[in-house]
Design a protein around this ligand. Sequence first.
Ligand code: ATP
Ligand code: MG
Length: 390
Amino acid sequence: MVGLDVSSLIRWISGREVLLGGFRTRFRDREFEVEALLGDLFRFEHVGVVYGPLGAGKSTFLRLFISGVEELGGDVAGVYINYDGAVVDILYRGVNAANARDAVVNSVLNVVVSLSGASIGVSAALSAITTLVRRLFELVRGWGVDRVVIVHDDLDRWLTSRGLGNAVIGLVGLLSNLYEGGPASVERPWGNKYSVTYLALSDYTAVEVANRYRGKGGLHSMLMWNLPKGPFTELILELVGRRDVDVELLWQLLGGNPRALSQLATAYGWSVDAWLRDAINEVIKVLNEEKERLGLGSVDEVLNTVIRRIGQDTGPDNLVLNTPLHAEPLLRNNILIGISSTAISQLPNEPWIGRHYAYQSPTYYWIIKAMAVKGTISIEPKDVINPVRD
Ligand SMILES: Nc1ncnc2c1ncn2[C@@H]1O[C@H](COP(=O)(O)OP(=O)(O)OP(=O)(O)O)[C@@H](O)[C@H]1O
Ligand SMILES: [Mg+2]
């Protein structure tokens, strides 16, 4: 592996230009992730699932990681396919570059086209994706490299948006089966190369699916977290320009999430109050769901059953493990995220992160805490902000 070591890859990736909402900025940090993922890549052949908070920077990181592997890899080829949005983004270097590129693009586009039809079912979707995966591996066989890493990014969200979320179950099963090399598939469609496939999943059910196949074909999940405090602070200072903002407050509310920062800037014009009002409504929506399930009379009653059990100690594990609330609605609505898998990021030592669960956004942690302190869901942004500032 000429040149493909942790420090060269970090050097290659660091400072690349990225788009954050309407802003152009530099890619920050992620040294720890480069080292972790490179280590994972060369441990053994397997399917890996990368997941983490919405907008944490998974796609940006994986795309740059693969670009770097491509550039520095020598005998390693990388393929990155992003299914998000109308444009399918494919990045890789084949040996016979032009042909290989066309072949991959065509295979992907076939899947895109076949899945655009209104009435396609899960089995047809799965068969289209299976064809794509097999086609990719056939191509890979012909490449003059020893190792190949393939990233499928956002396939689950793309399928889910077409009502085909269940196809992901089959896909993960198929891939783990191929890597397992069990009776169902003694062949290695990628020939005698060393191959690793990563799936970046954001959808909650997809993560559940990954848990279901854990171990098969070496399948394991890897948690990627938001940016650490230092690089995130730099990013805030760059974006705010000369506006007066409370950097510590933004860290406490956004927890290093770059997408959240750009939304605060663009969609909310830096109004933390407006941001909090929307987030408060998100929390109430989930508690309202729980009201129905628990058969209680009001959302405040739901809150009170929570307070009776855990008081104001509203850490994520406590919220799920020690109250009548179910994890499922909190996870499905992206209030919480399960974090029991291996992390490829260093998690900050903050109260919104537990051992089993974390708040997807610390904003929700502070909101639920403020509700617990006031004993009601009727809270104002200042009820959230003041304790954070203290
Ligand atoms: N390390 C970074 N430094 C600066 N900006 C970043 C960094 N990582 C991501 N961003 C920016 O943050 C935004 C969100 O990133 P990205 O889309 O990669 O997140 P994601 O985790 O893939 O989101 P989703 O959960 O929606 O798939 C993008 O605008 C991206 O350019
Ligand atoms: Mg993404």
